[in-house]
Design a protein around this ligand. Structure first.
Ligand code: ZN
Length: 602
């Protein structure tokens, strides 16, 4: 990361430090200097002073001081080159880099960011003014959005034309593809990636648009959410929706609330908790943790209670140790998501965040709440189940605290529980309930995963191979739930939760690691779309069998007729040569929408 020294000097010279700082606090001229309330600490009388001539600031209260670059670094939480680029952007200075190639890369990135930003503007204008966005505006109003919020969150509307955005922006097709806004369809014509969707721009931590989350209108076809696929700007395992606007409050409150949906972030903001971010169509990853820990070490999960309770405990504890973060969980009422709760009872949402509990406590409570503590047998079973959860925590002192608490609540002598806990810790693990592969670096492989059977040749194996060799393409389509073989599912989950196949291999239990290592060296020759089509066909056939069974058992079998015949037609399409990737997408969307799980996310 080398910016030429003379360019850094130019940025310093040409930056108006008073203008920069005035964006964060209001400054008044006092003789030769400017003075105001310090933006870095809370105060009632001004002790923050700016020397415009030398381009320096100093706070007599908290001793913060420096030049414009330091100021931007501190207040925007940027590294040095990031701060210089930020100021160069404002001053209209084109930076040069010590390494020509890096300079080219930066230039290209700047151009792509500019394109994504223009797209966000175009979509936004479309939502605000275009007649074809009327249904989208009605829908947003029904979800409590007013015009001010639509502007603040820069919401947009992608119209239902084939290539309206592409034609409006007049950008090179290669650039449209590089930022995931367009592609060339099978007829060889440029096509817009997002169509008929309300768009939530996803920004990087500096507020620059890097991707979009697209939500369909309630009665439209297709999956409920469609997000940008990973591309030159956007990486879903690092992107966090809302981070740029949340970060000030995250730092001020020293905690970040992590939720799952764009509208959940907005709900938290409305309920007076403007420090929420959302992962974008993926579970929390280690990369997310690395991004967030620069702002705070306190991570508060606000997922649906079931999902939060089932988050892979080893991963959470491993992050807590490796990154020195503390993970706690907000106990939301069953079935409620933050977006709904914000509308119905904002105070309850605020309270729930204030009462977030450590991850382990949350899990132990869930076990005990589900138990019958009124009989000796029930209390014993509850204690044993809770010990399994406690046993996973890596710190013996923490474990012991929970043992004492359990002893109280289950009325069992603590010393006996301690003996039992050690037995549980020594015993081989039972298969995990959530089927996630459990890395166990310093012990024997857990029983549950070493019994995973080998994955035979067939379309599922081909699909996992595709996922290894074409991660960008395949990750957008493939989900663990689309596979029937447990090893294929475990492999998919391992790939989804690690940054690279190499990492997934290193941290997975043996059968999965061996499979991935093999697939990685096998060549992948099949046509990707063909593999996806065959996998989708199998899934479609299983879904059809389910639906036919449901229809037979139902009072109203005709209610299924339309969906079943649609599915038949789509399965026919998938059998044809040169199958269209859209047919695959439509079928997957159809199957996904049948799962009640997906409908909850707003
Ligand atoms: Zn200060």
């Amino acid at each position: 990361m080398g910016i030429l020294d003379e360019d850094v000097a130019r940025v310093r010279e040409q930056t108006d430090i008073v203008a920069v700082i005035s964006q964060y606090t209001s400054l008044k001229r006092v003789g030769q200097r400017w003075s105001g309330l310090c933006p870095f600490h809370a105060e009632k009388s001004p002790s923050f002073s700016v020397n415009a001539t030398d381009g320096l600031y100093h706070c007599f209260g908290c001793k913060a001081s420096g030049d414009a670059i330091t100021f931007v670094r501190e207040i925007e939480h940027l590294d040095f080159p990031g701060a210089v680029e930020y100021l160069a952007g404002k001053a209209g200075i084109a930076l040069r880099y010590t390494d020509a190639e890096e300079g080219e890369g930066r230039k290209r990135r700047g151009r792509l960011l500019d394109l994504a930003d223009r797209a966000a503007d175009w979509y936004h204008e479309r939502l605000r003014t275009s007649p074809d966005a009327a249904a989208a505006r009605r829908y947003l109003r029904s979800r409590g959005f007013d015009a001010e919020e639509v502007t603040r969150y820069r919401l947009g509307w992608a119209p239902d034309g084939w290539d309206l955005l592409t034609r409006a922006l007049r950008a090179p097709q290669a650039d449209m593809e590089a930022v995931g806004l367009g592609f060339v369809n099978r007829a060889g014509r440029p096509q817009d990636f997002f169509r008929s969707r309300i768009l939530f721009p996803i920004t990087d931590e500096r507020g620059r648009v890097i991707g979009f989350g697209g939500r369909k209108l309630p009665d439209a076809d297709g999956p409920k959410y469609q997000n940008s696929r990973d591309n030159e700007l956007y990486n879903k395992s690092k992107a966090l929706y809302g981070l740029s606007s949340a970060k000030a409050d995250v730092v001020a409150h020293n905690e970040v609330v992590i939720c799952e949906g764009y509208t959940d972030v907005i709900g938290f903001d409305r309920a007076g908790v403007p420090r929420a971010v959302a992962t974008c169509g993926t579970a929390l990853t280690e990369d997310h943790v690395k991004v967030l820990k620069r702002f705070t070490r306190r991570l508060v999960l606000a997922y649906d209670a079931d999902e939060a309770g089932q988050s892979a405990a080893e991963r959470v504890y491993a992050w807590e140790q490796a990154h020195e973060v503390q993970v706690s969980v907000v106990a939301l009422p069953p079935g409620a998501d933050p977006d709904e709760l914000a509308r119905e009872d904002p105070d309850a949402l605020q309270r729930a965040v204030a009462e977030a509990r450590p991850f382990l406590e949350f899990r132990v409570d869930r076990v005990l709440r589900a138990a019958d503590l009124s009989t000796p047998e029930g209390r014993t079973r509850a204690a044993e189940a809770a010990l399994e959860v406690v046993a996973e925590h890596p710190n013996d002192l923490v474990r012991d605290q929970y043992v004492m608490d359990l002893a109280d609540r289950c009325r069992i002598d603590a010393s006996r529980l301690r003996v039992r806990l050690e037995e549980v810790r020594r015993a081989p693990r039972r298969p995990p309930e959530d089927r996630r592969p459990r890395p166990e670096p310093d012990g024997p492989a857990p029983v549950g995963s070493s019994t995973l059977p080998p994955l035979p040749e067939g379309v599922e194996r081909e699909a996992v191979r595709l996922r290894v060799h074409h991660p960008d393409l395949a990750a957008a389509f493939l989900e663990p739930a689309m596979f029937t073989h447990p090893t294929a599912r475990a492999a998919l989950e391992a790939l989804d939760t690690h940054a690279s196949p190499a990492e997934a291999i290193e941290e997975s239990p043996r059968p999965v690691a061996e499979l991935l290592a093999r697939l990685a060296v096998e060549t992948h020759e099949a046509d990707p779309v063909d593999v996806l089509a065959r996998l989708a066909s199998e899934l479609g056939r299983r879904t059809m069998a389910d639906m036919e069974a449901e229809a037979r058992a139902s009072q109203d079998p005709l209610a299924y007729a339309e969906a079943i015949s649609w599915l038949k037609v789509t399965l026919d399409h998938l059998r044809r040569p040169n199958v269209e990737v859209e047919s695959v997408e439509q079928l997957l969307a159809f199957v996904r929408d049948r799962e009640p799980h997906d409908e909850r996310r707003g």
